[in-house]
Design a binder for this molecule. Structure first.
Ligand SMILES: Nc1nc2c(c(=O)[nH]1)N[C@H]1C(S)=C(S)[C@@H](COP(=O)(O)OP(=O)(O)OC[C@H]3O[C@@H](n4cnc5c(=O)[nH]c(N)nc54)[C@H](O)[C@@H]3O)O[C@H]1N2
Ligand SMILES: Nc1nc2c(c(=O)[nH]1)N[C@H]1C(S)=C(S)[C@@H](COP(=O)(O)OP(=O)(O)OC[C@H]3O[C@@H](n4cnc5c(=O)[nH]c(N)nc54)[C@H](O)[C@@H]3O)O[C@H]1N2
Ligand code: SF4
Ligand SMILES: [Mo]
Length: 692
């Protein structure tokens, strides 16, 4: 007899409702939940891979310890106490411990409730995480402009008439910094009601194909695009903040005075988008209709990532589209980080080798390698990686690969022996995905509609297995008992969630939520400014000092000629998720997806044909992969997806090894960083391509 369980897919930000049909502990099917408030039945191909993850023979079920290069199974108590003792020994001298937190933590509310306790017992100051490979430019900009790092402006796609997407591909990613299932369906509705979608991207992506217009942009030059749009708006007399006007501080005028010193033709020449197109888009944005400018990974992981996100806010403000229905709006989640947490710290301490400031508690992941390898007081000697795979996700992967081997102690909480966890002394595996409950703690604040949804665990845990949070708590306790650091027994995540819900502005309880497996609708996004601003005077800070000054760094760059080598960018595919879904049979089906996309003109001059093996190299490293010639990539640009490179020795991902691919991050440069946020630069990498 099979039973059907409604729960949330935990893989990406979209938080789709799924119906999991179970027969005992076996998954019979996974389908979209047509009654789910947010997703209305939509799912993508990744949802069904939950079944593969749950039953994967490669998934670890017991702690592993490396002894003379071989993995041995040990029990939890022995693992915890040995780690506690070794931790105390390593950190008794000048060496320090560090934490790296990977992306899946964002999707696991229980983990979020336990980090602090673990970090306190370890005595770490700051952390390395996927945030500095991703969205930190958004968050520090939000801190500076709106007064709180968690005040996320969300595109209100369902009520807009015009959307400009720059450097995002939600038809592959399913939305990012934006919880929005079924973007394709929402775009169809936008177009049906006469609205328009414009995409700016160096590749004609899946979203660009369905858009009403697509324009190529030279990688890493979007700052010129945004300045050009602002200038074109101004020159056409279309700057009308409307009801936002009284909320703008004095920086507004200073900013425009500086923007007017740029030259539209020079900006256009730099980014490769004609002045006519810039004027046309500015005219559409400034027409008075509800419109959105949204930028994502493509504009975040640049050396001007934070500057870009500030300019994006200015565009939305200048056209009166911030905090407006059909524009960029602020959410009011059931559990509100804006009320619960401080607005976000900056520069309380610095990274030892580079001296870069901490940003919102984060230290640049790109600098982890040098913090491990550079001798001296404060060198990292013990590293704990929780649900992360920085060997393939952080720039300079080969260098990190080598550095991890030199650690005195490395502990990974991971489901697999990965490119990263193979270097560990201990791997502590959590239980399967269906054995965990779910609440969108960090993602509901990014949702296109206010909602709340709790999913209990579908399956009981297998005897002797633990959830991630229990492993973290076990480590915290074992370490504290050795080092004498403070430790108090953890509040169970479910209980913590119940308390957070009781303090919600909505009348909600966990019991009530459990009665609504299709989610509770808390209504559409509402205008909330100026009340929701967290700045002391309830004004929008229009020219945050760091962003404003960064315009001069950009101006200097603008006047230098651009090189003529090929530039490398990344890409995502709907059947993949960073590095960790390649062991799913269901998803791996089909052609090899880790190819080098190159334009026919660039292939011709190098005498490359489709299917040839290319040698791609630069000052950081080199790799070889299959060529895919396509008109869909801008001339002068090549693309490799990230998250591959599974043929490294010792990796135990038997399905993934059938099509291992190579890691783009063997070519990305860890010294290239956005100085404002500490975020890595992952696109726009100069490379040379030749036939093997
Ligand atoms: N060149 C380039 N590099 C990139 C990007 C890019 O676009 N281009 N994107 C960047 C971005 S946006 C991100 S977020 C990062 C991601 O970087 P990471 O977070 O470092 O990498 P993931 O591939 O998401 O790895 C997640 C790890 O967690 C494990 N895992 C999965 N589920 C669980 C779980 O429930 N519990 C535990 N304990 N472990 C689990 C997986 O086995 C895997 O080892 O990559 C970044 N790197
Ligand atoms: N299927 C799938 N879904 C995912 C993930 C996944 O790996 N696979 N990862 C998840 C994660 S962790 C994240 S953070 C999100 C990311 O979500 P998105 O940001 O939507 O994802 P990307 O597909 O990386 O889109 C970035 C786009 O920027 C373009 N680009 C590259 N360089 C530049 C540039 O210089 N300028 C401009 N304008 N564009 C540029 C790329 O061509 C690409 O189309 O996706 C999430 N969802
Ligand atoms: S879009 Fe796909 S991976 Fe993301 S939550 Fe929905 S079903 Fe899961
Ligand atoms: Mo990400």
């Amino acid at each position: 007899m099979s039973t059907i369980h409604a729960r949330t897919c935990h893989i990406c930000e979209a938080n789709c409702g799924i119906l999991v049909e179970m027969n005992g502990r076996d998954v019979v099917s996974i389908k979209g939940n047509p009654d789910h408030i947010l997703s209305g039945g939509y799912i993508c191909p990744k949802a069904t891979s939950i079944a593969d993850m749950q039953s994967d023979p490669d998934r670890l079920h017991q702690p592993l310890k490396k002894v003379n290069g071989n993995w041995e199974k040990i029990d939890w108590e022995t693992a915890f106490s040995e780690i506690g003792e070794r931790f105390a020994a390593v950190t008794a001298g000048p060496k320090i411990p560090a934490l790296f937190l990977g992306n899946p933590n964002t999707h696991n509310y229980a983990n979020v409730t336990q980090f602090r306790a673990l970090a306190n017992s370890m005595g770490t100051r700051g952390q390395y995480s996927a945030a500095t490979l991703d969205q930190l430019p958004h968050m520090i900009m939000q801190r500076w402009v709106y007064g709180h790092n968690a005040l996320y402006p969300v595109p209100d796609i369902d009520r807009t008439n015009y959307m400009l997407i720059v450097g995002g591909n939600p038809l592959a990613s399913n939305g990012s910094m934006w919880t929005v299932p079924d973007v394709r369906g929402r775009i169809k509705k936008l177009q049906k009601r006469g609205g328009k979608l414009v995409v700016i991207d160096p590749r004609k992506t899946e979203i660009a194909i369905v858009a009403d217009a697509h324009h190529f942009v030279r990688p890493s030059t979007d700052t010129a695009l945004f300045l050009g749009l602002l200038l074109a708006l101004d020159q056409a007399g279309l700057v009308h903040p409307g009801r936002l006007e009284p909320m703008l501080d004095d920086g507004w005028n200073d900013t425009w005075a500086t923007i007017r010193k740029f030259d539209l033709t020079a900006l256009s020449g730099y980014c490769g988008i004609s002045t006519e197109t810039l004027r046309e888009i500015a005219g559409e944005l400034g027409s008075g209709q509800p419109a959105i400018v949204y930028g994502r990974m493509g504009v975040s992981v640049q050396t001007f990532g934070t500057l870009n996100h500030w300019l994006i806010q200015l565009l939305n403000i200048a056209t009166g589209n911030l905090d407006r229905e059909g524009g960029l709006m602020f959410n009011l989640p059931a559990i509100d980080p804006v009320v619960r947490h401080g607005s976000g710290a900056y520069g309380r301490f610095t990274n030892r080798v580079s001296g870069r400031p901490e940003v919102l508690g984060e230290l640049p992941a790109a600098e982890l390698t040098q913090e491990i390898t550079t001798p001296g007081d404060g060198q990292i000697g013990a590293l704990f990686v929780i649900a992360g795979n920085p060997v393939v996700s952080a720039p300079g992967g080969r260098q990190l690969d080598a550095a991890l081997e030199t650690l005195d102690l490395m502990v990974c909480i991971d489901t697999y022996i990965t490119e990263t966890s193979r270097h560990a002394d201990y791997i502590l595996p959590p239980c399967g995905p269906l054995e965990k409950d779910h609440y969108p703690l960090l993602l509901a604040p990014l949702a296109v509609r206010n909602f709340a949804c709790y999913s209990p665990a579908t399956l009981s845990k297998e005897p002797g297995s633990k959830e991630d949070w229990e492993i973290m708590a076990g480590l915290a306790k074992a370490i504290a008992s050795q080092t004498g650091k403070p430790f108090s027994e953890p509040v169970e995540p479910r209980a913590a969630l119940g308390m957070m819900l009781e303090n919600s502005v909505y009348d909600l309880s966990l019991e009530e939520l459990e009665k609504h497996p299709n989610a509770i609708d808390l209504g559409p996004l509402q205008p909330q400014l100026p009340e929701r601003l967290q700045t002391p005077d309830k004004k929008i800070v229009c020219a945050p000092e760091a962003c404003f000054n960064d315009l001069e760094r950009f101006r200097a760059k603008l006047s230098k000629p651009q090189g003529d080598s090929l530039t490398l960018i990344g890409r995502r595919h709907i059947r993949s998720n960073n590095s960790w879904l390649h062991n799913s049979h269901r998803l791996l089906k089909g052609p090899d997806r880790c190819t080098l996309m190159i334009h026919p003109n660039d292939a011709d001059v190098r005498r490359l044909s489709d299917g040839d093996i290319a040698h791609v190299s630069n000052h950081i490293g080199d790799l070889e992969l299959t060529i895919e010639i396509t008109e869909d990539i801008m001339p002068g640009v090549v693309s490799i997806p990230h998250g591959y490179g599974h043929s490294r020795k010792g990796v135990k991902l038997s399905v993934a090894r059938e099509k291992p691919g190579v890691s783009i991050n063997d070519l990305t440069d860890p010294t290239q960083i956005d100085p404002l946020s500490g975020n890595a630069v992952l696109n726009g990498t100069p490379v040379t391509v030749a036939r093997v």
